[in-house]
Design a protein around this ligand. Structure first.
Ligand code: ATP
Ligand code: MG
Length: 466
């Protein structure tokens, strides 16, 4: 026997209120506070009140959670088959707050068998598994192959391998925008960078797909967002630093002479060598780099003029501090601007590669009759949203579902919420509403535990869907 810890009475009361199958409820509570426990209690109370097991749909995000929930329900029901009358009666009172008459006791002992035996049975499954079964029921309406196959990880990797090979040969065969983007990625990241990028695209493809769709056709519009005019090049940006503000060539020549005359060591050792190269350099980008090395410290910040220039030098060139600050500031500004430009340019290239790779993968996947996990959700949402078929499908499904219970709601992505929402919309209105059936929705989650935000889980949608 597990050691029984006393459950505080206010906790027990809140849990009992939450598990009351008469109410629909959204419950947010901390880790380990008994959310899954309450959900299991609620399922048992529904069954005890005579709900047909096949009318209950419990959804979780992970398979482990589905198994966990299923174990809890079935182990309680299995316990009940062998308990003595007094013990069973007290369990039922504790659970449901009501006295157990002979009929209830009898039913309680039969629940285990019933829940197992009902065709279709008690459904405790992941959202993905649920969507997969819906799509298998309505392939025609969902516009997918009747005997679609789920893509396993191996097959998925192999499809991406093919897509990648097609991309590399496509890039060399002159698909111009792709070729350019591909060349930039290789130039910036090398083979290793390309591999890392492609792996990342595969991992994050669902989020990327939505992001890319939101950007429109031309990723260079990203540049416009940051006020870079169309057609601008890195060279144009670097050229804007020339002539160097505060340090026109004549002034620079005088500065160099004065530094030598004053034997200003710091200037002679740190500034002049690179600055001379910079003033002789014609390529604006090389020049910008050299100016940075000359006029800025190794950490990229400007020198403190009062410390950097000795007094003898300052006596000869009284306005040197202001001129130096002006030049250093301009170098920093243009360097930042150029870095931003390059970053956006690289991003646009990476997105171009991503769009191509994902589109190719989708094409290969579809042409071979596969669906992946993401498809299960999006195809189900599309199916339930179709103005022509949606209502019919929902009506058919609705015949089978009166109560939806959702665990780990914080890990439910917006698309997955859409599935739940579509199902419950018909609960409370419209075609599916059957008279005299009390239908409920129950969701539990903990916003703080959202572990899947990287793939689009939105703890906010949990709060919003209340
Ligand atoms: N009223 C209760 N009576 C007996 N045990 C309880 C009760 N409430 C919670 N527990 C026990 O506390 C533990 C944690 O509960 P549970 O797993 O339901 O929490 P949770 O909120 O779902 O946790 P997580 O955030 O990790 O999903 C479990 O072992 C559960 O059986
Ligand atoms: Mg839980």
């Amino acid at each position: 026997m597990k050691k029984a810890y006393p459950i505080p009475s206010d906790t027990a009361a809140s849990q009992a209120r939450a598990s009351d199958p008469l109410n629909s409820a959204w419950v947010s509570a901390n880790a380990g506070s008994g959310k899954t426990h309450v959900l299991a209690q609620r399922v048992i109370r529904l069954l005890l009140n005579g709900t047909d097991p096949s009318k209950i749909l419990c959804l979780t995000y992970t398979r482990a959670a589905a198994a966990n929930m299923s174990n809890r329900v079935f182990s309680t029901l299995s316990d009940w088959t062998s308990l003595g009358d007094a013990e069973l009666a007290s369990r039922i009172v504790a659970l449901d707050g009501r006295g157990a008459d002979a009929g209830t006791m009898h039913r309680a002992r039969r629940l285990f068998a019933e829940a197992l035996e009902t065709p279709g049975g008690l459904k405790i499954q992941t959202i993905h598994a649920f969507c997969e079964s819906v799509l298998h029921q309505f392939p025609l309406e969902a516009n997918i192959p009747a005997h679609f196959e789920m893509l396993d990880t191996q097959m998925e990797a192999s499809l991406f391998g093919d897509a990648r090979r097609d991309m590399i040969s496509g890039a060399s065969a002159g698909a111009e925008v792709l070729a350019e983007a591909f060349a930039m990625v290789l130039e910036r990241g090398g083979e290793a960078g390309l591999d890392a990028l492609l792996a990342e695209i595969v991992n994050k493809r669902d989020g990327l797909r939505a992001f890319i769709a939101g950007l429109g056709d031309d990723f260079r519009s990203l540049l416009a967002e940051f006020r870079f005019r169309p057609g601008l090049t890195a060279e144009d940006i670097a050229s804007s630093l020339w002539p160097l503000p505060g340090f026109l060539p004549d002034y620079f020549a005088g500065f160099a002479r004065a530094a030598e005359a004053a034997d200003a060591r710091m200037v002679l050792n740190n500034i002049l060598p690179y600055a001379r190269l910079a003033f002789a350099e014609a390529d604006p980008i090389r020049r910008l780099e050299l100016l940075g090395k000359a006029f800025l410290k190794a950490d990229g910040a400007a020198y403190e003029p009062a410390k950097a220039f000795k007094k003898v030098l300052l006596d000869r060139l009284p306005d040197l501090p202001e001129r130096y600050i002006e030049a250093a500031r301009a170098i920093l500004e243009v360097s930042d601007r150029l870095a931003l430009f390059r970053m956006l340019e690289g991003t646009a290239a990476a997105l171009t590669v991503a769009r191509w790779l994902i589109a190719r993968y989708e094409h290969l996947k579809r042409s071979r009759g596969f669906l992946d996990f993401n498809d299960l959700i999006t195809r189900t949402v599309a199916l339930l949203s179709r103005p022509d078929a949606g209502a019919w499908v929902q009506f058919k499904l609705d015949q089978g579902i009166d109560h939806i219970l959702l665990d780990e709601a914080q890990d439910t992505s917006p698309d997955q919420w859409e599935v739940v929402k579509k199902l419950t919309e018909e609960f409370f209105a419209g075609l599916g509403q059957r008279e005299a059936v009390h239908r409920t929705m129950f969701a539990v989650g903990d916003e703080k535990q959202s572990i899947y935000s990287f793939q689009g889980a939105a703890p906010d949608s949990f709060a919003e869907s209340r």
